[in-house]
Ligand binder design. Structure first.
Ligand code: GLN
Length: 259
């Protein structure tokens, strides 16, 4: 049995340790005796919708998003759409999450057209606008399971009607700092603002994605549990710290910052 991961733009979209998500997926599969293959897809590299079962795309500043957006649409878009529609797992964080929506309107410059895999759009209110920064805790929408992480974004994401949020904000800002939604889900496509990185702090989500990916290739199966006492203690500590600190709205320290 082999877990086949495709890491999109590893050199371009990788903020706040997003790469740690890949490490977590690899280790948690290997600890169960499952082989893992990670393929990296950079600018210009086509992807195969059937070769890989789990796609990851991290966060980045507007400058990097501007480079990735046309490539995501023109070079990889059709394949990623096909993979998602045939129940591959997709995880997208922050800048990558924004690019899976219909469009991202940066603080300056033209709109970046997204892939439209998730029914949402994102608007940055402009240079000098308050950034949404801090530790974040959410409850996942279907199971109520807690997710902890760190967010830092200027863009405000608004879900379209019928779009499903990943969760409800307990502490922090989430999609836009107003409606308490965080992230979005369609089929097995998960978009979120949670850096941290996300998966080491929330191993149950890593297992959910691994399970989706393996089932797509091998049919029904269950992952045996791992001894996660340390991980749970770490997540508990992160949640306690977040509750104590609350959201930290910050004004951009660099007016005109494109982050
Ligand atoms: N540039 C985007 C924003 O600030 C994404 C930032 C990120 O990926 N951390 O909204």
């Amino acid at each position: 049995m082999e877990l086949r991961i495709c890491h999109l733009y590893p050199d371009l979209l990788n903020l706040y340790g997003d790469r740690g998500n890949i490490t977590t997926l690899v280790r948690r599969a290997q600890w169960r005796g499952i082989d893992v293959r990670v393929v990296e897809a950079r600018l210009g590299d086509p992807i195969d919708p059937r070769e890989n079962d789990l796609f990851f795309i991290g966060g980045g500043e507007d400058r990097q998003q501007r480079l990735a957006a046309p490539d995501l649409r023109q070079v990889k878009g059709a394949a990623l759409r096909e993979a998602a529609a045939s129940d591959a797992a997709v995880l997208a964080v922050c800048g990558g999450y924004q690019l899976l929506g219909h469009y991202y309107r940066p603080a300056d410059g033209p709109d970046l057209e997204g892939l439209g895999l998730l029914n949402l759009h994102t608007v940055h209110p402009g240079p000098g606008a308050r950034r949404l920064i801090g530790n974040i805790v959410i409850n996942e929408a279907t199971s109520g399971t807690r997710l902890v992480g760190f967010e830092n974004h200027g863009g405000r994401t608004h879900l379209g009607s019928q779009a499903r949020p990943l969760g409800t904000v307990v502490v922090g800002f989430g999609n836009n700092g107003e409606d308490r939604t965080e992230g979005a889900v369609w089929r097995s496509v998960y978009g979120t603002y949670l850096h941290g990185p996300l998966l080491p702090k929330n191993p149950w989500l890593a297992d959910l994605l691994i399970g989706v990916a393996l089932r797509r290739r091998y049919g029904e199966m269950t992952l045996h549990p791992l001894p996660d006492a340390e991980e749970h203690r770490a997540a508990e500590a992160a949640a306690t710290r977040a509750r104590a600190g609350g959201p930290q709205a910050a004004t951009s320290r660099r007016p005109g910052s494109r982050l």
